[in-house]
Ligand binder design. Structure first.
Ligand code: MN
Length: 710
């Protein structure tokens, strides 16, 4: 086992390499982080048997090659300590500063989510989720370097694990590296994934390429010399190299374009680097005078850069033996971006760049891309994604089956439910987030696993409109409430009218359809049902409307105020019937109904103090009574005075739950020996409430209980 307080030769080698571009104090900061990480990981080993510290060290080396800043490198050394060694974020922040702690925390969060399904669209969403979760691109850079080192050392893993990791790399991480313009990392990730996903194909291709290389060497040297000579003749100082093809890119070309191995391999690749943009075009012209260009193959990525910022001239020419040769021409600056992509903007600068500065730079980078981009919808679309990703406006969450949904920021489980299916939205009653019960108004975060609990009788709640974020949820809730209100109002209106008719000693059924139509028209309603809904909503008084409906010659208008049928309230009337917030009536209470203009019927307790004040206007008051077989729960408010003892709230809450009641809300007030707790509870009726109160009285600390009515 290594001595945790000694820097290994490998580490020393890396630090001396890094000191070529880092300040001395930065290197010694890295050495501290290394020693801290080494002792945190001490006793841990990689699958290969090496001490664990070799992994973070290698990851740091990969990022050092990209010449990244000290914060990134420090975080790379520490990237696994939170996951594997119980070192806290606070401790990292104390020792190495908050930016480093944030980076390590970001990487640890990404490690926790696992990619499950393999549909293309899902892979795309998953990539976006990763990017959205990493508020700082450097988190992604560390994650990519981490993955690259794990891929380089995949050999020691079990076969099934190798395949899983290789597939995930191919589908998720390689495309991200490509998007960010990290060409070298992208190609290596792809090549390694190919090797472990298709070991046989990889082996065959690898053997064939090695065999072909010998024959090719002569041709390559010949072309290389010719190109160099011609460029010199044109007065250009150029660096010319032959390019080896990646096995995976050979394989892809064979598969996509149905070419044979020799057809693909017989394309030779060369790269020309010249000092500036004009020289690129001069070099192109020079090469055209050497070999004939193949029509339709020229691509000017200098004038129109690729979406990830890549710039070069690409062309394919007819080589000396009738074989095609591909040439890339670029400047050193373009080369740097081609190799390091987004990371080239995080290059170590001697001035201390803070996080805002870095964000700003990314933004500038995106801006400059935007300015130089073609109108190619592809690129623009990609850029849109990249912007969303780096400055997230969306959250990505899992369904219980591992599918990923993209929702706007601030979305809640209700939005999620409607996004899954309208029926699920309409019937949702509760939610679980990451396995734990959570209120429906909870704001979702990327990576959350959301489960919706539905009930067949449930209906959308108007209160949801206060917090839903998606247009879909909002419009569905609105539409539902509107139709419900109409249906319920019409039903209630009919019951109210029936009552009015029976006090006139007339049967509602005797009113003719023509009479209905006439009165409806006169009242500004479109139909009989409309008129009933208007009555239910309190736009017309039922007594007045009853008289008008029966008023035709020959009919007695002698209205007697005889015993009238009362309107029964079931509690399922929805928006048409409201229960007064002042007294909160529950089944068993004596109640009275009040018709409020445009709001329908409001139910109060008979002795509600609020209504005692304004009992006038007899036409607005209706006799109402509770119906039978009511199943829903009603809100009721109770006040409890308790002696202050440890755990008394828990005992009170338990007693309420034991009596089968839900707590909607609790407010506590008072200090000293006693506290007043005001609970909003859900109960079925007075009987149920009495049961709850009995349970509460058994608690010794409870001094007084009362129901609040206004
Ligand atoms: Mn790692």
């Amino acid at each position: 086992m290594p001595n945790p307080s000694v820097i290994s030769p490998e580490a020393n080698f890396l630090f001396s390499e890094l000191s070529s571009y880092l300040k001395r104090e930065d290197v010694s900061e890295l050495q501290n982080a290394y020693l801290f990480s080494q002792s945190a990981h001490s006793g841990q080993f990689r699958q290969s048997g090496e001490p664990y510290i070799s992994h973070p060290l290698a990851v740091t080396g990969i990022l050092g090659k990209l010449r990244l800043d000290t914060q990134t490198l420090t975080a790379a050394l520490l990237h696994d300590v939170m996951e594997d060694t119980h070192v806290s974020k606070a401790e990292i922040s104390d020792r190495f500063g908050n930016p480093v702690a944030e980076l390590v925390d970001g990487v640890s969060k990404l490690d926790k989510i696992e990619f499950q399904t393999h549909a293309d669209a899902q892979a795309e969403n998953f990539r976006k989720m990763l990017l959205a979760m990493a508020r700082d691109v450097r988190v992604i850079l560390i994650k990519l370097a981490d993955r690259l080192h794990n891929m380089r050392t995949l050999e020691v893993m079990r076969l099934d694990k190798r395949r899983r990791i290789a597939r995930e790399t191919m589908e998720i991480y390689a495309p991200i590296a490509n998007r960010l313009g990290l060409n070298n990392i992208y190609h290596e990730l792809e090549e390694l994934s190919f090797r472990y996903l298709y070991p046989t194909r990889y082996r065959v291709l690898s053997k064939a390429t090695k065999a072909a290389r010998g024959n090719r060497r002569e041709v390559v040297t010949k072309i290389l010399d010719a190109i160099k000579q011609r460029l010199k003749l044109s007065g250009l100082d150029a660096e010319v190299t032959g390019r080896e093809k990646q096995l995976f890119s050979i394989y892809k070309k064979m598969a996509d374009k149905h070419l044979t191995f020799s057809e693909v391999l017989d394309i030779y690749g060369f790269r020309v680097i010249v000092k500036d943009v004009p020289s690129c075009y001069i070099a192109l012209g020079a090469l055209h005078s050497l070999y004939n260009p193949i029509p339709g193959k020229f691509k000017d990525y200098i004038a129109i850069p690729k979406a990830n910022g890549y710039q070069s001239l690409h062309n394919t020419l007819w080589g000396p033996f009738g074989t095609p040769i591909e040439v890339q021409i670029r400047t050193p600056e373009m080369h740097r971006i081609a190799e390091a992509g987004v990371a080239s903007h995080w290059l170590y600068k001697s001035s201390d760049a803070d996080l805002n500065d870095l964000h700003m730079k990314t933004h500038q980078w995106l801006q400059s891309l935007l300015e130089t981009l073609s109108d190619s919808t592809d690129s623009l679309e990609f850029l849109e994604h990249l912007k969303v990703d780096l400055f997230p406006g969306e959250v990505y969450v899992f369904t219980p089956h591992g599918k990923i949904l993209a929702l706007p920021k601030e979305s809640t489980p209700v939005d999620f439910a409607y996004a899954v299916h309208t029926d699920i939205g309409d019937c949702c009653v509760a939610a679980k987030i990451n396995g734990e019960n959570a209120p429906l108004r909870t704001k979702l975060r990327s990576g959350d696993r959301v489960e919706i609990i539905t009930a067949s009788h449930a209906k959308p709640n108007p209160a949801w409109l206060n917090y839903v974020a998606t247009g879909k949820a909002r419009s569905h809730i609105r539409r539902f409430l509107k139709t419900m209100q109409y249906e319920e109002s019409a039903k209630l209106g009919e019951r109210m009218l029936n009552q009015a008719f029976s006090s006139l000693k007339v049967d509602l059924q005797t009113v003719s359809e023509t009479q209905w139509e006439k009165i409806a028209r006169e009242s500004g309603a479109k139909s009989k049902k409309d008129l009933l809904a208007d009555i239910g909503l309190g736009k017309h008084l039922p007594a007045v409307m009853a008289r008008r409906l029966t008023a035709h010659p020959g009919e007695s208008l002698a209205a007697t105020n005889g015993a009238s049928d009362v309107i029964t309230i079931l509690g399922t009337e929805g928006m048409a019937v409201q229960f007064a917030k002042c007294c909160r009536p529950i089944p068993g209470d004596s109640i009275v109904g009040f018709i409020k203009k445009d709001q329908g019927l409001v139910i109060h307790i008979q002795d509600c103090p609020t209504i005692a004040k304004n009992r006038g206007g007899a036409d607005n008051w209706l006799d109402v009574a509770w119906g039978k077989g009511i199943t829903r729960q009603f809100e009721v408010s109770i006040k409890i005075l308790v002696a202050n003892q440890r755990g008394v709230l828990a005992r009170v809450a338990a007693a309420i739950a034991d009596a089968g009641s839900n707590i909607d809300n609790v407010v506590m007030d008072g200090e000293g020996a006693y506290t007043t707790m005001t609970f909003m509870l859900e109960v079925r009726d007075r009987h149920h409430l009495a049961q709850v109160m009995r349970g509460l009285r058994r608690i010794p600390e409870v001094a007084r209980i009362s129901r609040m009515k206004g």
